[in-house]
Design a protein around this ligand. Structure first.
Ligand code: PHE
Length: 337
């Protein structure tokens, strides 16, 4: 039995040492349940009681030496495999990465940001207001009582008789004046709603930016100066502005404001329909009734307000001939900004 054990040991160690040894197969062959060493150990019952411990010890030694060899070899194999992987998976950190497409602001956001920057630069504060608004702030506080014909041009979506989707950003004027005593100098950009059918120049949802200044001795001259500066910043230093008389219930006097055509400089071209002027906003001196409605004394304070459509500025600035493009989210359109 001793010889058999020695033979198993030397054979096993030799077989394991061969370069292309299949370690797992050899482990089963020698140490497995049906392996050679196990077979020898099974036969130990036939040994005498003196021989049994001696052979038993030898068998353990043989098992231990084979196990040790197997352990060594598998460690080595693992190390080699790791080395192989490190070579084959070599990473060149200087290669350009996979490009992840990054989005960018929508043209309407771009224009809104630019408008905000211009007015922030003049010391205005940005104020938000609710899009679901009371009839009171959207109309009544702004000198547009129920049944006033001016409501027709701003027909909107009603939630209840007295709650509606705001048809203009002007209700923010009323909300601010109600809470704050002058001096007030704010802009309020945001979404507004009107029940208009969609076409190249109309949408039931669009964006406005309202401006409001209230203080002592604010005059129409201040309004003109402010809008002239705004127009130059927005459309270029050569831009001139022109006021045309108009009517808004919440301002008196009121005006529609044009800028000189920034394509032809005012000579008349296709862009300005040969007018030389392009309408961009509505403005005026805040009506005393509006001041009174908001607990501001019109004998002490005066102010101006203006409101513009952000879509209108965007289509002019980027020469977009159909407003619907701004809402369709066609990536071929949006990528151009
Ligand atoms: N809110 C007006 C509109 O939507 C615009 C405007 C605002 C006019 C402020 C004058 C002063 O038509």
């Amino acid at each position: 039995m001793r010889e058999i054990l020695e033979k198993i040991r030397s054979e096993a160690l030799r077989a394991l040492s061969e370069s292309d040894a299949q370690i797992e197969d050899l482990r089963i062959k020698y140490l497995g349940k049906k392996g050679e060493l196990t077979a020898v150990l099974r036969g130990m019952g036939a040994l005498s009681s003196e021989e049994r411990p001696v052979i038993g010890q030898l068998a353990n030694e043989v098992r231990a030496s084979i196990e040790k060899k197997i352990e060594e070899l598998s460690q080595f194999a693992k190390k080699k495999e790791l080395e192989q992987r490190l070579i084959s998976e070599k990473l060149d950190v200087t290669l350009p990465g996979t490009k992840v497409p990054v989005g960018h602001p929508h043209p309407l956001s771009l224009v809104q940001k630019q408008l905000e920057d211009i007015f922030l630069g003049m010391g205005y504060t940005i104020v938000d207001g609710p899009e679901v608004e009371y009839d009171y702030y959207n109309f009544q506080a702004l000198n547009i009582p129920k049944d006033h014909p001016a409501r027709d041009t701003q027909d909107t979506f009603y939630i209840t008789e007295n709650i509606l989707l705001r048809s203009q950003t002007s209700p923010v004027q009323a909300r601010v004046m109600e809470k704050t005593q002058p001096p007030i100098r704010i802009i309020s950009p945001g979404r507004v709603y009107r029940s208009d059918a969609v076409d190249a120049t109309h949408s039931p949802l669009f964006h406005q930016l309202e401006g409001l200044v209230i203080d002592k001795n604010v005059t129409m001259g201040d309004l003109k100066g402010t809008l002239e500066l705004f127009a130059k910043r927005m459309f270029g230093e050569d831009t001139r502005i022109r006021f045309r008389p108009h009517h808004f219930p919440f301002t008196e006097p009121s005006a529609e404001v044009d800028v000189s055509c920034f394509m032809c400089g005012g000579e008349g071209c296709r862009f300005c329909k040969n007018e030389g002027w392009i309408e961009i906003l509505g403005a005026g001196m805040v009506h005393p009734n509006v001041l009174r409605n908001c607990s501001i004394d019109p004998e002490v304070y005066s102010g101006f307000a203006f409101g513009l459509g952000i879509e209108r500025i965007a289509v002019l600035k980027y020469h977009i001939d159909d407003m619907r493009l701004l809402y369709e989210n066609d990536i071929r359109f949006l990528n151009q900004f």
